[in-house]
Design a protein around this ligand. Structure first.
Ligand code: NDP
Length: 288
């Protein structure tokens, strides 16, 4: 059996199955000359099984949502659509308007998942209440958070309906493993998947030593995959993490879709641990 034969997925607490590798959109919609490439990259990704698309009102000031809207116009029912609200828009009235604006740009009448982009000054209880109202009105199917550390999650759990949070989206890649110490175990204990952003460290730019590391390259070569594929497969290796790489290049899209099927043996994991060591104490959440 080839290493590319099994597609992997992750289950949400409500039983919904989503692909373990989806597609990010940060920096899409910034440059009109790239629009067609970005649209067709996203459509190709969906065709290849990366049916989860992550965007945000923040990206290109709504421009990324416009791109996604054009890409999914005729395939909306195949897509698990995620967008995010700015913290300053996450209040009881502003969130409804912000969500409606996102829906307009996305040319749809519902989001599968709506995330609080990061924690701001609006009380969490108010945001949870408006998220629940958006859910009741059918504008969103479920809601979640982003850039929440373990203490934030514990506070969320104390709030009425806080336990309805479906996902926490945070930075995670082989070169930034702090969340393995407490956040991943906490989320696992509470049946909540982590959505990993920057899973390939922004093509290596966040950690120059990742893509260029000789051992990482050698392991990838032995597995007949690229270093980016290795990084993605590593991110999703334990079944509770969804990776959302952004790719506007079609070769990258093909590679990323195939990465879902690569698995590791213990020796390979031990070797990677020896270079990029797992955390032995609490490390504050990494962000970009
Ligand atoms: P990624 O780690 O996904 O890296 C994206 C970069 O990697 C792009 O330059 C892309 O190039 C390149 N790339 C993609 N696939 C490959 C490949 N197979 N081989 C080599 N290079 C590749 O970084 P992002 O910051 O984009 O993170 C992913 C997504 O997470 C975002 O797009 C966004 O949706 C979300 N995000 C959420 C945040 C939050 O606060 N909640 C913060 C940051 C990101 P190219 O485009 O040319 O294909």
């Amino acid at each position: 059996m080839s290493q590319f034969e099994t597609q992997r997925s992750v289950k949400l607490a409500d039983g919904t199955i989503i692909p373990a590798i989806g597609q990010g959109t940060w920096f899409m919609g910034e440059n009109p000359s790239k629009e067609m490439d970005e649209i067709s990259a996203l459509q190709l990704g969906v065709e290849l099984g990366m049916t989860l698309i992550d965007t945000a009102e923040m990206y290109a000031n709504g421009g990324a949502e416009l791109i996604v809207g054009k890409a999914i116009k005729h395939i909306r029912n195949k897509v698990f659509l995620v967008s995010k609200v700015y913290p300053h828009n996450a209040g009881k009235n502003s969130a409804i308007k912000a969500c409606e604006n996102s829906l307009k740009r996305l040319q749809t009448d519902y989001l599968d998942l709506y995330l609080l982009h990061w924690r701001g000054s609006i009380p969490l209880a108010e945001t949870v209440e408006v998220m629940e109202n958006l859910k009741a009105s059918g504008k969103i199917k479920r809601w979640g958070v982003s850039n929440f550390d373990t203490d934030d999650m514990k506070q969320l759990w104390q709030i009425t309906n806080g336990k309805n949070c479906a996902v926490n989206q945070v930075l995670y890649h082989l070169g930034s493993r702090g969340i393995e110490y407490d956040l991943i175990p906490w989320c696992k204990d509470h049946q909540m998947p982590i959505m990993a952003y920057c899973p390939i460290a922004q093509g290596g730019t966040l950690r120059k030593d990742l893509m260029n590391n000789k051992i990482v390259q050698d392991i990838a070569k032995a597995k007949q995959c690229t270093t980016a594929q290795l990084l993605l497969a590593w991110c999703i290796r334990n079944g509770n993490v969804i990776a959302i790489p952004k790719a506007s290049n079609k070769t990258h899209v093909h590679e990323n879709a195939q990465a879902s099927t690569i698995s590791f043996n213990q020796d390979e994991l031990d070797l990677l641990d020896s270079i990029f060591t797992p955390p032995k104490h609490k490390i504050h959440l990494d962000i970009v």
